[in-house]
Write a protein that binds this ligand. Structure first.
Ligand code: ZN
Ligand code: ZN
Length: 346
């Protein structure tokens, strides 16, 4: 099969012919019909992710059809239209037994712990636990765009942040993750304040439902600006970018007993950001992470997509070929692309 292969970290990638994957006894092989290009892929290419062993095929935001089925798989057949969360569970560790497959003790992450979906085919482990069936009405590009940023935002806003109707939700960083969070929090009936340094991103956030926006490059203090808009601070605040500044602001702009959710990745030089811990104590703030979402939690999100309350297809920017994906991947750190880029030709 054709695949984008990382031979050396931070050195331009190439498309190569590699062996087709075979399914594990508990797994399937998916024919990839769409693959999202994500900043996590850029981190994998740069060598920031310790799971990655070279040579490596990146890619974790995928949708496609089941091509081959392992002998122990009971729920899936060849031809089924499917997607997967970017973290797959084993199904039998204590975390999986508690329903928290997103933090499985022996988790499977296509494109990190194993070869991923910048390829014609990808092997997915523990298929009965991790595959999600696609509704007939959901196209492959949109489905691929869910698996990482959108589901992580859904879990961040709904399960971790527990945003409620009428509450203020601040979203710091309006890339793919942040815009997803704006849409999801708005659909729940929350009032969203979107924060970014790009007017284009803020305009898009406003179109997706944000009732107020803050241009972080034009105010003296983002924390004060959000506190003023929300009359005392946000109930829930997300760092959707993953940067020490946005993390600090997201915690700083909370009202008492507010909840910060760290959604953007903090890797390499950014892995130990400063946190206003005295404020966390005095105001009884809560700090959460959000690490994908379990396959069994997709049902609520899919229902909101099918009913039209969530429209993730609006977040898709460009559709490109596997050849074009190399350039898209290596330039992911430049914050330029509006919306989610999806590979749809392999
Ligand atoms: Zn991703
Ligand atoms: Zn597990």
């Amino acid at each position: 099969m054709k695949a984008v292969v990382i031979e050396h970290f931070a050195i331009p990638l190439s498309i190569q012919q590699v062996a087709d994957p075979a399914p594990e006894p508990h797994g399937v092989v998916v024919k990839v019909m769409a693959n999202g290009v994500c900043r996590s892929d850029w981190h994998a290419w740069m060598g920031h992710d310790s799971d990655v062993v070279l040579p490596h095929v990146p890619g974790h935001e995928l949708a496609g059809t089941v091509e081959a089925v392992g002998k122990d798989v009971t729920r899936w057949r060849v031809g089924d239209r499917v997607t997967v969360p970017f973290v797959g569970g084993c199904g039998h560790c204590p975390e999986c037994h508690s329903g928290n497959h997103q933090v499985c003790d022996s988790q499977f992450q296509p494109g990190f712990t194993h070869w991923g979906s910048f390829a014609e085919y990808v092997s997915i482990h523990y298929a009965d636990v991790n595959l999600v069936a696609l509704p007939e009405t959901l196209d492959f590009s949109t489905a691929a765009s869910l698996g990482c940023r959108f589901v992580t935002s859904f879990r961040a806003v709904v399960d971790q942040g527990r945003a409620a109707p009428g509450q203020w939700v601040a979203v710091h960083g309006c890339g793919g993750v942040g815009l997803s969070a704006v849409m999801i929090a708005t659909a729940l009936g929350a009032n969203v304040v979107a924060v970014d340094i790009s007017e284009d991103a803020l305009t898009l956030a406003h179109k997706l439902g944000a009732v107020a926006t803050v241009n972080a490059g034009e105010v003296v203090s983002v924390v004060e600006a959000v506190r003023e808009i929300t009359r005392g601070g946000a109930h829930v605040s997300l760092d959707a970018l993953g940067h020490p500044t946005t993390c600090f602001n997201s915690i700083g702009n909370l009202r008492k007993r507010g909840r910060h959710v760290q959604v953007g990745l903090m890797l390499a030089d950014h892995s130990t950001p400063a946190i206003p811990m005295s404020q966390v104590i005095a105001n009884e703030l809560e700090i959460f992470g959000s690490h994908g979402m379990q396959a069994h939690r997709y049902g609520d999100m899919m229902a909101m997509i099918e009913s039209g309350k969530l429209t993730p297809e609006r977040l898709i920017g460009r559709r490109i070929t596997l050849e074009q994906s190399i350039e898209a991947l290596v330039s992911m750190d430049k914050f330029e692309s509006a919306g989610v880029t999806v590979v749809t030709q392999f």
